[in-house]
Design a protein. Sequence first.
Length: 166
Amino acid sequence: MPVDWLGGRLVDEHQWLRPSPRLGAMRRFEVAAATGVTALVLGAVTWVAGSALAGLFVFAIVIAVGVVVAVLIQRRVRAWGYAEREDDLLVRRGILFARLSVVPYGRMQFIDVTAGPLERMFGLVTVRLHTAAAASDARIPGLDVDTAARLRDRLAALGEARASGL
């Protein structure tokens, strides 16, 4: 079952599953909140220290940067994917620097399912796979709770079955 990089895209015969679309909404919310606060603070400081025109200019620049970041965030969210294969789990991510993690089921030590306050507000969780390798960073963000529970249970069962054969 070969996996090839062709034209910057990962191509194989497996179906790639993606995080929930709510992950994009959550990331856009984060960007909007950070952009709004930063624009108001920097614009007000520039207004007070300089002039009203300079304050409005700084405000507009920060908002424009926020819009660009929101567009890039959406592309970044769409780049996440995972595929369950017979012996391992593939996790891909990244736009400019594409990354593919291959996690053999038999090498998994434990699986974390976590959710921060903002993730809980959007009904999302992150599944993180831990292996003996310190450099492994296989995580799947933005899954709904039911999908994450199913994935966690399936990976735990497959991990136990493959580890017993070592």
